[in-house]
Design a protein around this ligand. Structure first.
Ligand code: ADP
Ligand code: MG
Ligand code: MG
Length: 254
């Protein structure tokens, strides 16, 4: 489903190369995790996939079901079925969560040539999704993310994912503010949305997240490349021994 080949990325502003040939394939139905030391380029990879400004792709490709993503606008990527959890955590005072979600969903439907949903149709869908995920519908009436606790933001993220029904979900769980409860929320959401025609890429600075979301494959990123891949046991190895041994046997300098 997601196929990244030889991806090289540098900063636009300065001559700094961050991704140095990332190769990664995530097939439909699977959950892959990326771990790696701080500064190895994990977040940069997710930013580049989301189409954020400031990064220059100097080589390589990233396709979703064969469609090249890298030249597309962020909303075109969404229409292609890509969802990045961190794309929508911003606070938007004055805009209700429901309105925001409906706008996002309709933009996606429009780009796909589908009918837009009216308020009533949308409400029905979103209520059903919230219920299935055990999310309090009260949250839907509040302005987007304003005053949301860390846990509520996570809940909202999962709800956005459920409503937008992306084929490929990318979550970048940085180490800020993800307490045990938030971690459980995210993993329950991901596990509930797992399906044979949807794939997940979970980027995490935490081994513990992977106790709850058991990935099919764990990739280790170091110095701008995927240097090692393995099963879920790899996450445990990292927790117990850190990265040094893995990087050493992968031939990286440590
Ligand atoms: P990770 O998520 O694995 O911790 P990042 O992708 O955040 O790594 O960062 C990779 C490297 O690129 C780091 O050395 C970081 O300082 C640098 N970097 C990323 N984005 C920028 C930026 N916009 N300006 C300067 N340096 C950056
Ligand atoms: Mg970092
Ligand atoms: Mg990061």
């Amino acid at each position: 489903m997601l196929k990244i080949s030889n991806l090289h990325v540098q900063l636009e502003e300065e001559d700094k190369v961050i991704l140095k040939g990332v190769d990664l394939e995530v097939p439909a139905g699977e959950v892959h995790a990326i771990m790696g030391p701080n500064g190895s380029g994990k977040s940069t990879l997710s930013y580049v996939l989301s189409g954020r400004d400031g990064y220059e792709v100097t080589a390589g490709t990233a396709t979703l079901d064969g469609e090249e993503l890298l030249g597309l606008e962020p909303e075109e990527r969404a229409a292609a079925g890509l969802f990045l959890a961190f794309q929508y955590p911003v606070e938007i005072p004055g805009v209700g969560n429901l309105t925001f979600l409906r706008t996002a969903l309709n933009a996606q439907r429009k780009a796909r040539g589908e009918e837009e949903l009216n308020a009533a149709e949308f409400l029905k869908i979103v209520r059903a999704k919230a219920k299935a995920l055990d999310i309090d519908a009260e949250m839907l009436k509040r302005p987007v993310n304003v005053g949301f606790s860390g846990g509520e933001k996570k809940r909202n993220e999962i709800l956005q994912m459920a409503v937008l029904e992306p084929r490929m979900c990318i979550l970048d769980e940085t180490d800020s503010g993800l307490d045990v409860d938030a971690m459980k929320l995210v993993s329950a959401g991901v596990n509930a949305l797992r399906s044979p025609d949807r794939a997940f890429l979970v980027i995490t600075h935490y081994q513990r997240l992977l106790d709850h979301i058991v990935p099919d494959v764990v990739h280790i990123m170091a110095d701008g490349r995927i240097v090692h891949s393995g099963g879920p046991e790899l996450a445990l190895e990292v927790e117990n021994n850190g990265y040094a041994d893995i990087l050493k046997s992968a031939g990286e300098r440590v």
